[in-house]
Ligand binder design. Structure first.
Ligand code: 9YW
Length: 421
């Protein structure tokens, strides 16, 4: 079977009727940012189904605008922690944390593609229905995830960042008390080699934070005030800035002037404040602990999302392009999730080395939009090569292309269809 057909077959097989699981065995529920990227893949062959993917995700939105990172439409024993551990009491049952807000950017793409195909009229009502939901989620970020009004996203859990066990969370995670976590049985390491997965200490911290939120009834404002882990994540911050630019574009498209002015103000706050994430010593964008003020000092794949965020600063761009060239000379396949010159770099352990196709899509798109065509094309080509050689894995080694995590992975197949091929 050719790669296009294989990618479509993966999305079709992982479709559970209105939503798509990232991988049937390892991740048997609907994940937030996975679904948004999956919609881009469906859009290459089934426009109707693409819109439904996003609409189903937003059916799980809470009244305050919060959009959960997992929706447990149907229970499944294959994943831990499941709905009873989160105990959010929401219907449908969801987790209590969010994930990187790529949805507005995806919805703009879906809309542009419908429009270009002459189907603008047919999809306009669906865009009009989604718009206020996207805006409500973005307001939620502004109101409960940016306490210092810097225009960044302060993550309350490593899982919230989507880059679960990045070393960026090691030092900020130290104050998390894991002494009362209790016994639990992980499911991930029964599906996958433990060498690929987070360590026991990391999992204890994840669970301690889930227990913290649950003990506070998932009151997001209270959690934001008291949580022992509060990190301004460079990835989410760049992604949200980009998403707000796309939401502004949509507001203008729909003639929603008051909303456009409000989104404009959110963008202005970010443009004025996001420099807080620039680490002058490392000459790099990186995450920063809100509680200690310390920069992580790690060059990660998320560092390269400043282009996608539409930031233009000649000195900072030059700094990032220098890192790009250095890393590009060290590994055949960009973009490793951690700098290969870092002593903690590992070829297959989650978010400490492997390449994720979705992050590459954002990095490559951003570089190309900013006029760095050769760099953007290198990222796209490397992404395609990984899939051509090894199929549609969750992630890949930047050194030899070995697949890691689950195979037949939805968002990887989607990125092939939407961009890499
Ligand atoms: C986990 C589904 C999710 C992604 C995350 C990724 C991983 C879940 O898989 O997290 O339990 O490890 O880190 O970004 O949404 O693909």
């Amino acid at each position: 079977m050719d790669l296009d057909s294989r990618a479509k077959a993966i999305l079709t097989a992982n479709d559970r009727g209105g939503y798509t699981v990232p991988n049937g065995r390892v991740y048997p529920f609907q994940w937030n940012w996975d679904s948004a990227f999956v919609a881009l893949g469906f859009d290459a062959f089934d426009r109707e189904r693409a819109w439904t993917e996003v609409e189903t995700l937003f059916k799980a939105q809470w009244d305050d605008g919060f959009l959960p990172h997992i929706v447990f439409w149907k229970d499944d024993p294959g994943y831990f922690p499941g709905p009873s551990v989160w105990a959010t009491g929401h219907d449908p049952v969801t987790s209590g944390i969010t994930q990187p807000p790529v949805a507005a950017t995806v919805v703009r793409k879906l809309w542009e593609s419908a429009h270009a195909a002459g189907q603008g009229d047919a999809f306009r009502a669906r865009l009009e229905a989604l718009f206020p939901k996207l805006l409500a989620w973005h307001r939620w970020f502004r109101d409960v995830r940016d306490p210092d009004k810097r225009g960044v996203v302060v993550a309350m859990h490593p899982w919230e960042t989507g880059r679960d066990n990045s070393p960026e969370w090691d030092a900020p995670g130290e104050p998390i008390d894991v002494s009362n976590v209790g016994d639990y049985v992980r499911r991930d390491t029964s599906h996958l080699d433990a060498k690929m997965r987070p360590t026991k200490l990391e999992y204890d911290r994840y669970l301690a934070l889930v227990q913290w939120g649950r003990a506070r009834g998932w009151d997001h404002a209270e959690i934001a005030r008291t949580n022992p882990f509060q990190v301004a994540d460079v990835g989410m911050s760049m992604i949200l800035l980009r998403a707000n630019r796309d939401l502004l574009w949509l507001a203008e498209e729909l003639g929603r002037d008051a909303d456009a002015a409000e989104i404009d103000a959110i963008i202005a706050t970010a443009e004025a404040g996001i420099d807080w994430l620039w680490d002058e010593d490392r000459h790099c964008w990186c995450s920063r602990d809100r509680l200690t003020g310390k920069h992580s000092g790690f060059v990660t794949s998320a560092s390269f999302l400043s282009f996608y965020a539409g930031l233009h600063d000649p000195a900072k761009d030059a700094g990032m392009l220098t890192h790009f060239e250095r890393i590009g000379a060290r590994v055949p396949c960009l973009m490793p999730s951690l700098d290969p010159d870092d002593p903690g770099f590992q070829m297959i352990r989650y978010w400490r080395g492997p390449v994720w196709a979705v992050v590459n899509y954002m990095i490559g798109t951003g570089l190309t939009e900013c006029g760095y065509d050769a760099q953007g094309e290198r990222v796209r080509r490397n992404t395609a090569e990984l899939m051509e050689k090894n199929g549609f894995y969750e992630a890949y080694s930047p050194i030899d292309g070995t697949g890691s995590g689950g195979d037949d992975f939805s968002w990887t197949a989607a990125i092939w269809l939407a961009w890499a091929r």
